[in-house]
Design a protein around this ligand. Sequence first.
Ligand SMILES: [Mg+2]
Length: 218
Amino acid sequence: MVFTATAGDSPSKPTTPDTGTRFRTGASGLFRDYMTGDQYKSDTEVVAGYSLAFAKTVEIAAGDGKDAWVFDIDETLLSNLPYYAVHGFGSETFDENSWDAWVDLAEAPAIPASLKLYKEIKELGFTIFLLTGRTESERNVTEKNLLFAGYSSWDRLILRGPSDGGTPAIVYKSEKRMEVEAEGYRIHGSSGDQWSDLLGHAVAKRSFKLPNPMYYIA
Ligand SMILES: [Mg+2]
């Protein structure tokens, strides 16, 4: 069973505009059991399996370097479960200060299935774009965290700049994908834990949704 997050109880207060509007999804006990049990691990493995199966069908244009795959970061490549475990698994109102302190630690571990997929996608010859709602001010800690978790050799890390300020995630990510396509890249695959990572404009030929019952980003 693959969970998809929906806005459950009443929306919590929005985060900074920079990270989009985030809603609590409630039911913390259920989500704790899911996130810390075998099912989440197994679901991420299933998604990674489908992703790789598709990736292998893509004909990579030799020498062109324009065949691309887009990954979101949080709850897609990196797991913030250590943070959410002490913050009610998403049931608490989002707290910007404690979240920022966690991000600054740069110690979020990899989601194992995603790390394996990332390496396989890289190996197949895709150009890798990391497209995140994190901001430019978090570039250094984000790079540090990715390396800490075992990710390396991405081609471009795209973060929210000052001009992306209050743009909803789905619009921001669409705009960035359109810019990438305008450079001649062909976005074959996209991986994210939010629908706002995957839908909108310049969508990938195939999109792969990871489970995340803890929060929802519009
Ligand atoms: Mg995410």
